[in-house]
Design a protein around this ligand. Structure first.
Ligand SMILES: Cc1ncc(COP(=O)(O)O)c(C=O)c1O
Length: 391
């Protein structure tokens, strides 16, 4: 059907033409409840009026200049982001993968500056960091890597949530310069780890002079119930990557850093034509203002708790064994049985969900979701899950 598009995506047979809040409308004017937000992007809901105002105003004023000039909107956005994240400096990119590329380059420069010729980054099993060559090499999923060999060197892998495994690598590999992980693994099936694990990794990084680099592209910006998911664990990373919800749909990514990591990049080391343009940065500033003004972190925590509770109550009344995982409005229902067909079944019931890791229903609704819409998600999804597991 899409003969002029490279065949990169398996698409559902629906085209959305309009959005507002948690709702999307298709070409036939049928309304769908969006419990996925374009995979964690439209956290403020579709076409948020304050974001739309900024888009209009900025489109009328200035869209792009170049990073060879000063860009005030970048500075203003960085001044908003740094206090929220405890970071000191920011590099702006256009996507999550690009933000992670910047983090990987920071780690390598940091290593070379310490005299390590083959700097190596510890990465996790089941992780996802993007589709560029370096980020797919860092990703812990063979399906994402297959066919793209030779992979980028300089990564060693540990099981997620296993501090001992990192300690063992530390004992045998003198080239390690950093650890890169998602505090809540998203694509990998919504997995998190204990406070002890995170504080243990932080301590190890401090002892060995490694950078702790967190990929919060999916878990960040209020979704977990805090500005960033690692803040639940009371640790501060050295490098922090953000993207997705930062522009509420306008492409932007950010690689933030503090301490030594904030000063390894110098002119000539890194850059981007579009990254940090006045348009994307102004929109992202408005996104952060709305998140702050409407206290969306607290709202995500509250609504996430309700949704989790509602599902738990439904499952308790049955003998179904479903593992409910996640934090805030980043929720995974692990059916422990392949269930990708539920995406199509939910679509037919006008609900948008996603299945990741084959057996995990992933819910990433807009953070502005109302109680009534939470009920609609449960009322629609529970019978589908029930039928699926009983069949
Ligand atoms: C944790 C994480 N890192 C990186 C990425 C890649 O981001 P992008 O698709 O914007 O390059 C994603 C996208 O799903 C992600 O969830």
């Amino acid at each position: 059907m899409h003969s002029t598009l490279i065949d990169a995506y398996k698409r559902l047979a629906v085209t959305f033409v309009q959005g507002e809040g948690c709702w999307l409308w298709d070409k036939q004017d049928k309304r769908y409840l969006d419990a996925l937000s374009g995979i964690g992007v439209c956290s403020l809901g579709h076409c948020h009026p304050r974001v739309t105002d900024t888009i209009r105003r900025q489109a009328d004023t200035l869209i792009h200049t170049s990073n060879i000039y000063e860009v005030d909107a970048q500075q203003q956005l960085a001044e908003k982001l740094c206090p929220l994240s405890n970071m000191e400096k920011v590099f702006f990119a256009n996507s999550g993968a690009e933000a992670n590329e910047c983090a990987i380059k920071i780690a390598r420069l940091y290593g070379h500056q310490k005299g390590i010729d083959e700097p190596t980054i510890i990465v996790m099993e089941r992780s996802f960091h993007g589709r560029t060559l370096a980020t797919l090499s860092a990703t812990g999923n063979r399906k994402i890597q297959a066919g793209f060999e030779p992979l980028v060197k300089g990564f060693v892998r540990a099981p997620f949530a296993d501090l001992q495994a990192i300690q063992t690598i530390a004992e045998t590999n003198p080239n390690v310069v950093a650890v890169l992980l998602e505090p809540i693994q998203g694509e990998g099936g919504i997995h998190t780890a204990t406070k002890e694990y995170f504080s243990g990794v932080r301590q190890l990084c401090d002892q060995l002079g490694w950078l702790l680099m967190l990929d919060e592209i999916q878990s960040g910006l209020c979704r977990s119930g805090q500005w960033f998911a690692h803040q639940h664990q009371h640790i501060i990373p050295d490098v922090l990557c953000s993207a997705k919800a930062l522009g509420n749909g306008i492409p932007i990514g950010a690689c933030m850093a503090r301490g030594a990591a904030a000063s390894v990049i110098h002119p000539g080391n890194h850059g981007s034509t579009f990254g940090g343009n006045p348009f994307a940065c102004s929109v992202a500033s408005t996104v952060l203002e709305v998140m702050q003004d409407d206290n969306l972190a607290a709202r995500a925590a509250r609504q996430g708790e309700k949704l989790t509770q509602m599902f738990a109550e439904q499952f308790q009344r049955t003998s179904l064994e479903v593992d409910i995982r996640g934090q805030g409005l980043m929720i995974g229902l692990d059916l422990k049985k392949p269930c990708t067909e539920l995406v199509q079944q939910a679509l037919e019931k006008q609900l948008l969900i996603n299945v990741t890791s084959e057996s995990v229903i992933r819910l990433l609704p807009p953070l502005v979701i109302e109680d009534e819409q939470l009920e609609q998600i449960v009322n629609c999804l529970f019978p589908l899950i029930h039928n699926h597991l009983k069949s």
